[in-house]
Design a protein around this ligand. Sequence first.
Ligand code: PNS
Length: 181
Amino acid sequence: MRPNHARRSVAVFPGSFDPITNGHLDIIQRSLSVFGSVIIAILVNPEKRPLFTVEERVDIIRETYRREARVRVDTFSGLLVDYAMKVGASAIVRGLRAISDFEYEFQMALMNRRLNPRIETVFLMAPESYSYLSSRLVKEVFQLGGRVHELVPPVVERRLKEKHGASSAAAAVRRRRRRVR
Ligand code: PNS
């Protein structure tokens, strides 16, 4: 790869990021050694019931990367390859944690290639220490009172606590209302 090309090249790192974890951060860091800039693209999916709204996820990621000019955050809906073309990206980056990720990722990569052969999917390997890490497990562990400190950036831990506090307060109000009725 020519150095100028590497400096200019844009990659899209798509996902739900509900919430972003240290595993994602690792993949973004690795992407920056290959691509000039990375766009973290959050899928807007009305069929899912996420813990964090799209706006909250954008805020969290913006705060995490406020000092890194080469990382941007955006949202998209519709086909990922269409979004990648629109923003001038030449590649889609996906992280692989374990062999179990491979089948799903391979299927998506081939479908995306069929849809648009000009967009290349690049797989980067997460370190073994994060092979078990997922947004779903972070939420589950946190909601059950477990420690997520080393698994997510500080802003995510803070937002989880705020959300948990807000939902406990709302539940207490609901309980009180039920008692009054
Ligand atoms: O964080 P996730 O849930 O693993 O991310 C999945 C994502 C967003 C990469 C995938 O669902 C996606 O690309 N959706 C966009 C719709 C699309 O392009 N589908 C056809 C290609 S498989």
